[in-house]
Design a protein around this ligand. Structure first.
Ligand SMILES: Nc1nc2c(ncn2[C@@H]2O[C@H](COP(=O)(O)OP(=O)(O)OP(=O)(O)O)[C@@H](O)[C@H]2O)c(=O)[nH]1
Ligand SMILES: [Mg+2]
Length: 326
């Protein structure tokens, strides 16, 4: 397995092509990536992870592009993962993200990749966590994850970042979206982007109000969630404040003796362990039972009401347990 070994080694040396290759394997759900990830894991854990989420088109990539530039000015290297769960083949959003951040493509201190998560098992949360390990081990100081805040997967991803940024725009519709998706609870910082449009101040007040209503949420760490207005298409209209607030939150976590960072890291480790364990368990159990076609027969029985999902799942479990004890 010499070739696989060298892929992890190359990543540790900062090799861009090897990093891209390993992330592609992760994205494809290729289990051969596991041995490399295992080697890299011990070298990871240094990067600061920032999640950006929000409805489609609110300006996440435009803002991330500015934030990358600020980190670069401060001498930090940056890895970016743009998560595109919906359109693995269209490439539309991926292309858009790349165009929006393209001025950083010639900078070897910046590594930008999209994840489409074509893999069968594990899905979005797992492959993102794996890709973060790769970029972290590669030596990036800061890792930015951009997701469209639509589902539980995205919420989980952003919630496991050190700093979570929820991007919204003026107008009540988006706010309701955000609250529905459970984003109210996970934001360390809310950005009301496109503040060049009418109603930004009103949206800020609405979010503040919602935050007060939600004051018993994630805020066990004592951080007071910020709301910042911004025009991401311009360099000096709020971007600096977004950047400063991210750094302030980072310092806040560190000032507390990294207590809260530890909590977040514990949660991420637990999530990753459980995902892998569940995935492996399910796969092995299915193999023992004779593969997916066995499930298909049972499903047909449920559809025709000869069986029901409650009893059938217990029967499956009993079969697996019998296999194990034999
Ligand atoms: N007027 C205005 N337009 C903006 C602002 N920020 C971004 N835009 C524009 O909004 C559009 C979408 O921006 P993106 O950065 O691609 O938004 P996104 O949230 O990354 O979009 P997805 O990744 O597709 O969800 C682009 O045409 C941007 O130029 C802003 O502050 N004001
Ligand atoms: Mg985008």
């Amino acid at each position: 397995m010499g070739a696989i070994d060298s892929l992890a080694d190359k990543v540790l040396k900062g090799d861009v092509r090897a990093t891209a290759q390993l992330i592609r394997r992760v994205d494809d759900g290729d289990k051969e990536a596991f041995s490399d990830l295992a080697k890299l894991y011990g070298h990871a854990g240094r990067a600061y992870i920032i999640g950006f989420t929000g409805s489609p088109g609110v300006g996440k990539s435009t803002l991330v592009d500015r934030i990358i530039a600020r980190f670069r000015e401060d001498g930090k290297t940056v890895g970016v993962l743009a998560i595109d769960p919906t359109s693995p083949f269209s490439g539309g959003a991926i292309l858009g993200d790349r165009i929006r951040m393209q001025r950083h493509f010639l900078d070897d201190g910046v590594f930008i990749r999209s994840l489409a998560t074509r893999g069968k098992f594990g899905g979005l949360t797992r492959s993102t966590a794996d890709a973060i390990v790769v970029l972290d081990a590669m030596g990036k100081d800061v890792i930015i994850v951009e997701t469209v805040g639509v589902g539980q997967d995205e919420v989980d991803i952003v919630n496991s970042a050190h700093t979570s940024v929820v991007v919204t725009v003026p107008g009540m519709g988006d706010d309701i979206q955000a609250i529905k998706a459970g984003l109210m609870e996970i934001g360390d910082l809310f950005v009301v982007n496109k503040a060049d449009r009418d109603g930004a101040g009103k949206t800020v007040r609405e979010i503040m109000f919602m935050l007060q209503m939600n004051s018993n949420s994630r805020r066990f760490d004592g951080w007071e969630t910020r709301v910042v207005e911004c025009v991401a298409t311009e360099a000096h209209k709020g971007v600096e404040e977004v950047y400063a607030t991210i750094l302030e939150h980072k310092r806040y976590l560190e000032d507390r003796g990294k207590d809260h960072r530890k909590d977040l890291e514990r949660n991420r480790a637990f999530g990753q362990l459980m995902d892998l364990f569940r995935e492996g368990l399910f796969e092995r159990a299915l193999n023992k039972l004779g593969g997916e076609q066995v499930l298909e027969v049972i499903v047909q029985d449920i559809v025709s009401r000869k069986n029901d999902p409650y009893r059938a799942s217990l029967q499956l479990l009993n079969s697996v347990m019998n296999e194990v004890s034999n």
